[in-house]
Structure formats: C-alpha cells, structure tokens
Design a protein around this ligand. Structure first.
Ligand SMILES: C=C(O[C@H]1C=CC=C(C(=O)O)[C@@H]1O)C(=O)O
Length: 399
C-alpha cells in the first residue's frame, strides 16, 4: 500500500503545490481548498481506496480531499488533501471585465476535424450494426472531439470561472492537473458540468445522470420545440436508459434502498437541453466514501459506453487526442466521506496561453454522424462563451 500525504513521486516528479488545487461552485454554495495542500500519492483506480484510506482515519475535522480522477481507470489520479474548506470562490476577487477585453483569442482549431469525427461515428455505427444480435455486442460508445484555442496572454482562470458560474444550473469547477514535461505554466481543468455523478451525505446518496441532448435555441418557440423533440426521441431515450440501468446495477450492492422515478425529466443549462433521471438511495455503510463510490461508478455510459471495456478500447482507437482527465470525475469529500463528485465534462484544459476544449456525444443505433458533430459543437458553447468567443463558434465548419 502506498501512503497518502507523503510527497508523492510520480513519473512527473514531485507535484508543485498549486495555488488552488480544487474549487467548485453551484447553487448549493462554494467549496474551495484552503490551508496547506498535500498531494495524495498518485496511483490508479485499483489502489485508490487504500491510498485515500488514511485520510479518512487520520484527518482533522475540517479537512477535505479533492481533485480529479482520469477517464481511463488504469491512468493515475490527481488528488489533494487540504486542512479546511473556504467559501471564497477564486472568481470573487476584483477582476477585469472579460467582455471589455479585446478579443485576442484565435479561431478554434478542431482536433480531429469535424469530418474525421463523423467518420469515427460512422465506424462505431458499423460495428454496432454488425454486432446487433450478439449478447455482448457494442450498444453505445461516447465519442469526443476537441478544439484548440490560443491567445497572446495567459488565460485568466478566475475570469473564466466567474463567467462559467453565471449559469446557476451547472457546477463550475477548477482542478489542478499534473504538468506535462514541456509545460511552461500550471495546467488546470476548468468547466461547467451539468452532471452529478454522486452526492453522499451520511447514508443518503443522490446521482443525476444525463444523456440525450439538444441545443438550446434563442427563439422561445424553437427552444420549446427542441425540448419536445428531445423528450420524444426514441434514440435519445435509449441512450439515456443505458446510463440509468448501469448506475442502478452498480450502486445496488452498496444500498439498502435505491430507486429512480419512471421516465426521464428535461434538464437544461444555458446551452443545452438534456434528458435526466434523479436516482436516490440509502447506503448500507455510511463509511463508504463518496470518492470510492465514484470510482465504482466511473466510467458510466454517459461518457464511455456499453459494454464498458469494449467502449473504452474503441475510444482509445478512434479518438486521436487522449482524454486524460476529460470525462473523468472531479469532486471533493470530507473526512466522513461525505461530498460530491461530478463528470468532468463541458470543460477545457488551460495551460498558459493555450486552451483545449472537449466535448463528446453518445452514439447508439439511430445516431447520425452529422447531428452528433453538431451536438458536440453545441456542447463547446459554454466554454467558448466563457473564453470570449461566440457560443456557436464551433458550429460553422461542419459541412
Ligand atoms: C460526454 C458529454 O456529455 C454527456 C453528458 C450528457 C449528455 C450526453 C449526450 O447526450 O451524448 C453525454 O452522454 C460531453 O458533454 O462531453
């Protein structure tokens, strides 16, 4: 077993202590790291429970653990222990008005191109059609693409977070990421996630999976029609049902009670409509920490697919850009294991003057490559707007 709180050595060496290892803001309030931060020894999913165990046994009352789990479970997480939480959001300091700054951000550069992305979606659909009758055939895979942006000066994380947290329906977040060998500035993941993977308070747990999406429209009648269309879409309902089923199956063994209402509800952010289901449960053991439940759940078919390992392998094969912490999980828990963990989606990696935005879409039989490319284009909207670009800037090069 590796001990937490030692100065963790990894392939990148000892992590530099970031100014702010993690921060989350939503309609419930703010959780930011405060006091001295200590890295928890890095490792993969198999050792997570052991590595965080000492935190729960030995930490002071106000101590918090938080950070990020990567998308692929064999990769190393990046977690921190801090002495206590702060209610000061990093964006609350006096700041420049982002709208007033000259627009210096470069035109977004797609990686892969939307056309290559559409080809990957077609390939995935070919596999699904060929395996439709097989019991372990591929049912769903979530395929992502990225946008690169650059500007002359460093991206201001506090400004980006302040913009993202203007939407009360999301959880705006910032987590420190490990630096790559040639990085010249600290690396962070910042985002505005709409999706709660798990919240734990004593024995009570809550999960709010989303899957199935439609872009919000400026015109109210068109917006209502988009929502109605999503609700009635057989393809989106199927895409959603796989996630709910998976979460109920995975959490079942840890619960004395677990349930979801019949049917989906419409959930909205400023950019997107989603199908959502509120899953509630009561744990058998209140000592099972939220971060451990997260690692059991992750990756759900909202970010990976079904069957899970098959989909994860296909993602490695078809996506040219490694996901790293995109579509992983970000969150925090206290020494009682209570806390909240979210899907790391609608996010960007910021490093100095560079930003990489990520967006994915669930592919099932009935998906259409062009529409999935447009859906990912729309999902970039919140981050594009926070970085000072038009919300629809990624919707123009899809033909
Ligand atoms: C993978 C992403 O979204 C997931 C969450 C909600 C809806 C989704 C969908 O409709 O495809 C995705 O499963 C993303 O935004 O990058």
């Amino acid at each position: 077993m590796t001990l937490p709180f030692q100065n963790a050595r990894s392939t990148e060496g000892t992590p530099a202590i970031p100014d702010q290892p993690f921060a989350f803001r939503n309609s419930d309030g703010v959780i930011c790291a405060a006091g001295p931060a200590q890295p928890i020894a890095r490792g993969d999913d198999q050792t997570l429970s052991d590595r965080v165990g000492s935190f729960f046994n030995g930490a002071d009352d106000g101590a918090l653990l938080g950070g990020a789990l990567p998308f692929h479970k064999s990769e190393f997480d990046y977690l921190w222990q801090v002495d206590h939480a702060d209610k000061r959001w990093p964006g609350d300091q006096p700041k420049a008005n982002i709208q007033a700054l000259p627009a210096t951000v470069s035109r977004p550069r797609s990686q892969p191109s939307p056309q290559t992305y559409m080809q990957s979606v077609s390939q995935a659909l070919d596999i699904m059609r060929a395996e439709e009758q097989l019991p372990q055939g591929l049912n769903k895979v979530v395929l992502a693409r990225t946008l690169m942006l650059e500007q002359a000066h460093d991206f201001g994380i506090a400004d980006v977070l302040a913009k993202l947290s203007e939407d009360p329906s999301v959880t705006a977040f910032q987590v420190a990421l490990p630096n790559a060998a040639n990085d010249t500035a600290p690396r962070h993941l910042v985002g505005a996630t709409p999706e709660l993977l798990i919240r734990k308070n004593g024995t009570a747990i809550l999960s709010h999976p989303l899957a199935g999406s439609a872009r919000r429209q400026d015109d109210p009648a068109a917006d209502a029609a988009a929502a109605e269309g999503l609700k009635n879409s057989v393809k989106d309902q199927r895409e959603h049902a796989l996630v709910v089923e998976y979460i109920l199956d995975t959490l079942g063994p840890y619960c004395v009670e677990l349930g979801a209402p019949d049917g989906t509800t419409l959930t909205t952010t400023r950019s997107m409509w989603h199908l959502g289901t509120m899953i509630k449960g009561v744990l058998k053991d209140p000592d099972t920490p939220a971060v451990v439940l997260t690692s059991k759940l992750h990756p759900t078919p909202a970010v990976c697919g079904m069957p899970c390992q098959r989909a994860a392998n296909l993602i490695r094969e078809l996506e040219p850009v490694p996901r790293d912490f995109y579509a992983g999980a970000v969150g925090w828990c206290d020494r009682y294991g209570d806390g909240a963990w979210y899907l790391a989606i609608r996010c960007a990696e910021l490093c100095g003057t560079q930003a990489r935005l990520y967006a994915g879409a669930g592919i099932v039989l009935g998906s259409e490559p062009q529409l999935e490319a447009a859906e990912t284009g729309a999902k970039f909207g919140a981050l594009l707007a926070a970085l000072g670009l038009p919300r629809d800037a990624a919707l123009h090069d899809l033909n």
